[in-house]
Ligand binder design. Structure first.
Ligand code: GLV
Length: 353
C-alpha cells in the first residue's frame, strides 16, 4: 500500500493498533481533560474557505523558504520526542524521509538519536533543533553549541513548559520512558548519553523570561524560533527580544489544557508581529485544507507533530514520506480550488468563520 494514499485519520488508526500501550498513551493523549487536544482539530474545521474562481492555476507550486532555507512544501516536521516508540530507527527514519520529500525536520531535545547522527543520515537537508532552557544554563548552552557545530540552521526554543503537566493515560501523569531509551541530546558535556528524561523535564527553568531569549542566539550564532506562543502581545515581545520567528503552539494540547486552539490564536500573533518575523503554527493540522487556512491567516509554514509519528508507527520511513506528500498534494489541490497558484496568493480573505 502507498501510504500517501491514506488520510491522516487512517494513519492514526493504524498507529493506534501498532504502538505499545505506553507509546500509545504518550503519543496520542493530552493533558487535563484533553479539551485543547480536541479543540485544536475542531478549530481548523470551524474555519471555512471562500475560494476564488477563474484564476490561472495551471501551475501550482508549494515551494517556499523558512528563515531563508528553501523547502518544497510548507509542511514542516514538528519537534516530537522519542520516535523510537514508533520505529526502531526512530528519528533517523524521520530525518531520511523528511529529506526525501524536501521538507525540514525540527529535532526534539528528547530525541532517541543524537542531533549529530540525525544530521549525518540526511546530509544537505535542513534541520532545526528544539530545546528548553534548563536551570543549568551550561547544559542548554552545550546543546546550542552542538547544534551550531552540526550545521543546523536554527534553534527552536520551546517556552510553554513553565510547569510539568499531568498527562492522561500515564501513571502519575508523567512518562517513565522504557529503560533502553537513550537521550543523547540531553547528555551533559563529556557524556555521550543520558537516560534522564524526567530529570530534564523537571529541570526546565520556570524563571526564564524574555531577557533570556537572546542567549540561544548568542551561544549558537543561529536564528531563534520561539515556540509555544499563543498571544500577540507576547509574540511582539519575543520579536523585540530578537526572535527570528514565532511558532504558534499549545504543544498539541499536552501542556495547559483549556488553552486557546492555535487556529484561533494565529491571526492575533500574525498581526502583532506585523511582518517583523516569520510565524508558523502547529496543532490539529490533519489535511491540506487546514494547511491552506493556516497560510491564509498569515503563517509562513505549518508544523505537524502527531501525524508524523502516526505515519512512522504505521509504515516507518515510507509512512513519513507518504504523510508529507499527502498533506502537500492536498494543499496543491486546495490551492487550485481557491485560485492560488503560489503560497503568496493565500490571503486572509480566503478564510471566514
Ligand atoms: C514533550 O515535549 C511532550 O510533549 O511530551
Amino acid at each position: 500500500m502507498d501510504p500517501s494514499e491514506l488520510d491522516v485519520s487512517e494513519l492514526e488508526q493504524l498507529a493506534a493498533e501498532r504502538l505499545d500501550p505506553l507509546g500509545y498513551s504518550y503519543v496520542f493523549r493530552g493533558s487535563g481533560d484533553e479539551v485543547t487536544l480536541a479543540d485544536n482539530v475542531a478549530a481548523w474545521q470551524r474555519l471555512k474557505l471562500r475560494p476564488h474562481v477563474l484564476r490561472d492555476v495551471s501551475a501550482v507550486t508549494t515551494a517556499t523558504t523558512v528563515l531563508g532555507t528553501s523547502v518544497g512544501t510548507p509542511v514542516l516536521v514538528a519537534p516530537t520526542a522519542m520516535h523510537r516508540f514508533a520505529s526502531p530507527d526512530g528519528e533517523l527514519a524521520t530525518a531520511r524521509a523528511a529529506a526525501a520529500v524536501g521538507t525540514l525536520m525540527v529535532v526534539s531535545m528528547a530525541a532517541t538519536f543524537s542531533l549529530e547522527e540525525i544530521a549525518k543520515v540526511a546530509p544537505g537537508a535542513p534541520h532545526w533543533q528544539q530545546m528548553y532552557m534548563v536551570r543549568d544554563r551550561g547544559l542548554t548552552r552545550a546543546l546550542a553549541e552542538r547544534t551550531r557545530d552540526a550545521g543546523y540552521q536554527a534553534i527552536v526554543a520551546t517556552v510553554d513548559g513553565a510547569a510539568v503537566p499531568l498527562r492522561r493515560g500515564l501513571e502519575g501523569g508523567v512518562l517513565v520512558p522504557p529503560p533502553d531509551f537513550r537521550f543523547p541530546n540531553l547528555a551533559p558535556p563529556a557524556l555521550a548519553d543520558s537516560s534522564d528524561l524526567i530529570g530534564m523535564i523537571s529541570e526546565t527553568d520556570p524563571a526564564m523570561s524574555f531577557d533570556d531569549l537572546a542567549s540561544f542566539g548568542e551561544w549558537s550564532g543561529l536564528p531563534v524560533v520561539v515556540k509555544g506562543v499563543v498571544r500577540g502581545d507576547d509574540a511582539a515581545r519575543c520579536v523585540d527580544a530578537g526572535a527570528a520567528a514565532i511558532a504558534v503552539s499549545n504543544h498539541g494540547g499536552r501542556q495547559l489544557d483549556g488553552c486557546v486552539a492555535t487556529a484561533d490564536a494565529l491571526a492575533d500573533v500574525v498581526d502583532a508581529v506585523g511582518g517583523r518575523a516569520e510565524v508558523y503554527v502547529d496543532g490539529g493540522i490533519r489535511n491540506g485544507r487546514d494547511v491552506t487556512k493556516a497560510l491564509a491567516l498569515g503563517a509562513r509554514a505549518v508544523m505537524v507533530g502527531r501525524p508524523i509519528v502516526w505515519a512512522l508507527a504505521a509504515f516507518g520511513e515510507d509512512g513519513v514520506r507518504g504523510v508529507v506528500r499527502r498533506l502537500t498534494t492536498d494543499l496543491e489541490r486546495t490551492m487550485a480550488f481557491c485560485g492560488a497558484a503560489s503560497l503568496d496568493d493565500l490571503t486572509r480573505d480566503l478564510v471566514t468563520r
